[in-house]
Design a binder for this molecule. Sequence first.
Ligand code: EPZ
Length: 417
Amino acid sequence: MTTYLAVEGGYPLKGSVGIHGAKNSVLPILAAALLAPGECVIHNCPSLSDVEASLAILRHLGCTARREGEAVVVDASAPIRYDVPDELMREMRSSVIFLGAVLGRMGRARMCAPGGCELGPRPIDLHLAAIRALGGTIAETEEGLLCQGRLHGADIVLSLPSVGATENAMLAAVCADGVTTITNAAREPEIVDLQNFLLALGARVRGAGSSVITIEGNVPLHGGSYTVMGDRIVACTYLAAAAAAGGHVEVTGVDWRHLSTVTAVLTEAGCTVRSEPGRIALTCPKPLNGVRPIRTAPYPGFPTDAQAPVMAALCRGSGCTVFVENMFDSRYRHVDELIRMGADIRVEGRVAVVYGVRRLHGARVRAADLRGGAALVVAALGAEGQSQVEGLHHIDRGYQCLEEDLTALGARIFRRQ
Ligand code: EPZ
């Protein structure tokens, strides 16, 4: 029996919605909790399937991990294992983020390579190069990668500002003897959140948010508590939904500076956006117009995770918008589904050209990945008639309560079997 979201389009959105904790911040923070020989309380932790997968990995390693309302409590006083089971690696590609923490805490780590995912190949060569620079040895065995060794400080230079490789290098470096620098580090806000969490555990880390991060390793750590930042991509998704359906929506609990490249595009498309500390309000009085080319890039550039939701909003309106997806090889899988709703989009490799159409119509569509699935919901809200969005397991990885939040804003959306 397929579960799907039934959406009745054509209703403008109106109201205010609080944004839950950031998936891409809490996942590395949960891995970092493994480093502390004590109890960590992680507040504003979203209820997502990727979070559940991370808690399952922590429990497998010998930690206790339990949810207490909006918080998760992890106790890594006595981890006993150093392997991440294949089935958990397959459930969540980003489990590779545990590599640095397990190696750092246990002295060895075993996991299968994450392999490819919906977005195309997910290489981890930069993660492994960072581990080797810190003195880790890596053997490829039939059970997967076996990393081991006593880690020492190093000057790591990343050939590209990979978010995951930066996070893995930070977590391993916290346990290394000596000082580590990471040059060409990713500058995403989630990296800053991870640094702030590590500081709460007593680690000595500085520079997150810039291209050079410095870690003074092997400092005694302790448990602590921390509140995760709001999810900037969920906020972008809700603002794109308001742009697609029309109306007036305010999102709270997120730092407006983290999504200013996206709000700038929505403003250029004809929305009115007012940003202030802790809240962003968007009004969309009329159909959108096309905007200058949107090129995805590492932060602070236009976020690749916002490409699909923003494309979905720009499908209905006038004019033409060129997208260039520079971060992943296969991140246009939502395009065919948007075309089934009447969108006019041409894809040539990394380039997608969106010609705004006057109206979209409802259709039965299927999500192929997390943000592409959210994009189908965005488009359905602005389409005429009924849509059916399947593939909810993708969407549930990154959106805690999509249909509840959108219903509170006036959308007609129901989860059905
Ligand atoms: C993180 O993935 C996010 N995931 C992604 O969000 C996000 O799209 C991405 O960063 C870019 O912002 C989490 O934080 C859990 P990368 P990550 O390493 O770390 C290449 C979502 O929807 N690369 O910065 O995997 C890689 O192939 C998800 O929430 C290498 O070549 O991203 C990609 O082309 C999707 N070798 C580019 O770098 C490596 O060793 C950026 O990847 C690592 C990466």
